[in-house]
Ligand binder design. Sequence first.
Ligand code: MF3
Ligand code: CO
Length: 242
Amino acid sequence: MARAGEVVAETLALVGEHARPGVTTQDLDDLADEFIRSRGGIPTFKGYRGYPASICVSPNSMVVHGIPGIYALREGDVLSVDVGVTLDGFVADSAYTFAIGDVSEEAERLLEAVQAALAAGIEQCRLGNRLSDISHAIQVATVSQGYSVVRSLVGHGVGRSMHEEPQIPNYGEPGRGPQLAEGMTFAIEPMITAGGPDVVLHDDEWSISTADDSLAVHFEHTVAITAEGPRILTAATSAVRS
Ligand code: MF3
Ligand code: CO
């Protein structure tokens, strides 16, 4: 999983370098697909329940699962990019939201807050804690900044498959659910909006956007529980923002 995670991190860095005004989301998908395969990996998303592309690209008010296509990035966009890689039978999954050129102060603030919320969730990935401690920490970090957690979308266990038990909501009471144990591996992924928590599914049956058209941001890491604390398996060695 760590090796798969390295390819995921490198793919996100590469996509981030190329995510500039005028570039289409299809260009980014082509780039990611070719890179993942050149590293001996398989893009996990492609063909998953019929998903037609190798990455998910979700601009602005789109929360997750945007299908790459003709959309050309514009100065001021925020673009969530979600990447999954299968390598030697193991999966890693991570997402990063890129600022395209100069973005509004509101967007900057949301990007910072969601990264902080993810960090707060990861910080709870310690032996003896319970699963919902992760959820609760993300919720507190989000709500304290005036933002909303999308409740219908959750993080998940990850390993030989992309989606394993348990589900990991981004909200909840602390101290509930299974105790965290060495070797557990989770995809932790706050999906946060600047407005309300409601989302809508588009006609393509994949793309999900905020119901109120407010800005949405998504950060995700695959994390292992170890005796020494959380180990992020998809940490960027050279994260690049456009
Ligand atoms: N990171 C997303 C998730 O955990 C990836 C799913 S996209 C799909 O749900 F296309 F593969 F479904
Ligand atoms: Co995920």
